[in-house]
Design a protein. Structure first.
Length: 306
């Protein structure tokens, strides 16, 4: 296997199409097809299933992608670092954000990054903490802001503080008139929650188990936007960080209040532990810390320092 073949394979796997990979890599389709066939011949197995919808990874292809995608990115970053030594930072940086952080940070940080580092291609991936941790371990992601117990992640981590969880309800539900609501009362209401794979769900389930309360969860939503829209429609209450629904509250579409027994989650900055950060990643990391501090100072993001 040579690097050109692996890079072609990685690009085709990501885009699911030879024609799209051809446009991205600026290499003719027949040449890309030949590289894939040479790789399959060397490995003595098919890596893709070809059909009318494009190129779909086989089981062997998924295994190869999992083992090599981080290697391909590291080699690309070496090239970018050498070029950056002669000038401003350049190259791609993949930033992972959990949904409740993304809705606060993504747009304003992307704008600032484009203005300060035009040579950096920033890719923002919004997903839940479990997926982000996996991508960081595999080298497919450079840095992330997520929730979790930092000691359990086997990553380079930095605690940014703790995010409070508040009760969220539809307009007219009365939450806005209350100083707080009893956590026991709230957990007995009809709730709209993310599925069990979400860290926030585990936190809420634990609080309910401590009080021997069976949760009334009629609707689940793994999309943050869907979850808040369901609450807007009056289909249940949610528990979320206040910063994540700041705009909806300001527009009068949602109401929030504190819960009687504070619920918090640790917010952490994470990066892979087993490889050096690229020049572009270091530049983005510094800018990201500045942006988080600015959000806290402006009151956009109510993060409590640990």
């Amino acid at each position: 296997m040579d690097f050109r073949q692996l890079r072609t394979f990685s690009c085709v796997a990501e885009l699911g199409s030879l024609s799209k990979a051809s446009d991205t890599l600026r290499v003719a389709q027949p040449a890309l097809s030949r590289q894939i066939k040479l790789l399959e011949h060397e490995l003595r197995t098919e890596l893709f299933t070809r059909n009318g919808r494009g190129m779909v990874l086989t089981e062997a292809g998924r295994l190869l992608l999992a083992r090599t995608s981080g290697i391909v990115r590291q080699i690309d970053q070496i090239r970018d670092d050498i070029q950056s030594a002669q000038g401003p930072p350049s190259g791609q940086v993949v930033l992972g954000l959990v949904p409740t952080v993304s809705c606060v940070l993504s747009a304003r940080f992307a704008r600032r990054c484009v203005e300060k580092f035009p040579g950096i291609s920033l890719r923002i991936v919004e997903s839940y903490s479990g997926h982000i941790v996996e991508w960081l371990h595999r080298g497919e992601m450079d840095l992330a802001i997520l929730y979790g117990r930092s000691a359990d992640l086997h990553l380079n981590v930095e605690s940014l503080g703790r995010d409070n969880i508040v009760a969220v309800g539809p307009r007219g539900c009365g939450l806005a008139r209350k100083k707080n609501v009893d956590i026991g009362w709230l957990l007995r209401q009809r709730l709209v929650l993310p599925s069990h794979s979400h860290g926030l769900r585990a936190l809420i389930e634990h609080a309910a188990a401590q009080r021997k309360i069976k949760l009334n969860v009629q609707l689940e939503a793994d999309s943050f936007r869907v979850l808040t829209s369901l609450v807007e429609e009056g289909l249940g209450f949610a528990l979320l960080p206040p910063s994540s629904v700041h705009g909806e509250v300001a527009d009068g579409r949602l109401e929030t209040t504190a819960v009687s027994k504070p619920m918090t989650r640790e917010l952490i900055f994470a990066s892979p532990i087993d490889r050096p950060a690229s020049t572009a990643s270091l530049a983005v990391t510094t800018l990201l810390r500045e942006e988080v501090a600015a959000c806290r100072k402006e009151g956009v993001w109510d993060i409590k320092l640990s």
